[in-house]
Design a protein around this ligand. Structure first.
Ligand SMILES: [Mn+2]
Length: 436
């Protein structure tokens, strides 16, 4: 039997400089340690080991400690038997001293041709084998196993690149195909437009493993399993991530292929709360978030050692005079510091007054007016909004000002001010009107 761990999207260094900066490392370490404890003889990492294409030295140091764990474990059950389109000299013999790790670079690590990406740097250190449009053939206790890998390419080229590469299963071997792309409906986000569909994956492989998507999923294609291990860290805070555990796949090959999902214990608990308001005042939102957070904190926890993440997605409408910018999410975040990590999305809250104003501005722009006319329309609309009673003939004054007749405009204003203040020229004074 051969046991293979498929661990993906570790995103080491994600959330650096925040309360969550150790999370990616804690969870990656747990994944590697558990894979080793469970007897994995080979570890596959289909991309996004790092969050950044040029990680900080601090991240490198932590990452290399974790990635050296398999190397420091007694292995030697898997040997290199050959390569396809990969220079054997690129592979350090160190990789096979322990449990070999075979990795792709993901979209987070991708760099222009000619520049070294962090996965290639790790390969130089002998910590792993990097694949991109090539394959390694391994000698294992169950015979030969060929791992074929295509690292990440921009989605719009993915289909052409895959077709051009056109990987072929190696005969008399078990064949595994690894990618880091969105595949059809298995995509990283709704905005992505994948060009590869699951059905486009080339046939003849015994197992397909794909990184990039951040929640785990299992499917099949050409009658063989297709596994998406998902990320080990919470990054997107999608609703589905509040229901699915983080972890990795432990695959057993022995004639056939079987697998189980191993759940990690170190990820923070995650709650996703969505609420639609109707004409709500800002203090009511504060009260709701506070009481909901307190309720969630009373729930039994999977990981009591770390403060849970609570994402609030607020939608609907604010009260007429309220504005979204008045909603101080930072104040709430600080209020629960140490107890919960709040992530409050208010982008879908709208205020009716603001909406009307934006529509008005859009309409103005559509009318192709001169800048002056547009300014006048705006002034009229703003005056109407504050309930201005026609004391000034605003249009007349504005007209004078645009023609640079500042003195004329001033005398109109002075006349009105005189009237308002009850000013009467010298000599015509009336005693009663002077009391003020
Ligand atoms: Mn990723």
């Amino acid at each position: 039997m051969l046991k293979i761990a498929a661990i993906s999207d570790l995103h080491l260094g994600a959330k650096w400089g925040t309360e969550r900066e150790e999370d990616s490392f804690d969870q990656a370490r747990e994944a590697f340690e558990r894979a080793i404890q469970l007897g994995a003889q080979l570890i596959l990492v289909p991309g996004d080991i790092f969050e950044f294409r040029i990680p900080r030295q601090e991240m490198w140091a932590k990452a290399m400690r974790i990635l050296s764990l398999p190397l420091a474990t007694d292995g030697g059950e898997v040997k290199l038997a050959g390569t396809i389109d990969k220079k054997p000299d690129d592979i350090s013999p160190l990789v096979f001293r322990g449990i070999p790790v075979i990795a792709l670079h993901g979209n987070h690590e991708r760099r222009s041709a000619g520049l070294v990406n962090p996965i290639q740097a790790l390969e130089s250190a002998g910590l792993l084998i990097h694949l991109h449009h090539n394959a390694v053939i391994l000698e294992t206790p169950i015979g030969r196993v060929a791992i074929h890998g295509m690292s990440n390419v921009p989605e719009r080229y993915a289909r052409d690149v895959l077709n051009t590469w056109n990987p072929k299963p190696v005969s008399d071997s078990i064949n595994i195909l690894m990618l880091h792309q969105s595949l059809g409906s298995y995509r990283f986000s709704e905005e992505e437009r994948p060009t590869i569909d699951v059905a486009d994956l080339p046939p003849g492989f015994d197992l397909y493993v794909c990184g990039h998507m951040h929640y785990h999923a299992e499917s099949s294609i050409h009658g063989r399993p297709l596994l998406f291990p998902g990320s080990t860290i919470r990054t997107q805070l999608l609703p589905i991530e509040s229901k699915l555990a983080k972890g990795f796949y432990l695959i057993k090959m022995n004639g056939g292929v079987s697998y189980e999902f191993v759940e990690l214990r170190s990820p923070r608990d995650f709650y996703y709360e969505e609420k639609s308001f109707n004409g709500v005042e800002i203090p009511e939102i504060y009260d709701w978030i506070r009481s909901r957070t307190r309720d969630l904190l009373k729930k039994p926890r999977r990981n009591p050692a770390k403060a849970p993440i609570i994402r609030f997605r607020l939608r609907g409408t604010l009260a007429k005079r309220a504005s979204r910018s008045e909603l101080d999410t930072r104040m709430l975040e600080e209020e629960f510091q140490g107890k919960a990590i709040l992530s409050i999305s208010k982008g879908e809250l709208t205020s009716p007054g603001l909406e009307a104003k934006i529509k008005f501005l859009r309409d103005l722009r559509g009318q192709q007016m001169s800048l002056e006319d547009m300014a006048m329309e705006l002034l009229d609309s703003n005056l109407a909004e504050i309930g201005y009673e026609q004391l000034f003939d605003a249009r007349a004054i504005y007209g004078l000002l645009t023609e640079n007749k500042i003195d004329d405009a001033m005398s109109v204003v002075v006349e009105i001010v005189k009237k308002l203040s009850g000013y009467v020229p010298e000599g015509k004074e009336n005693d009663n009107s002077r009391e003020a």
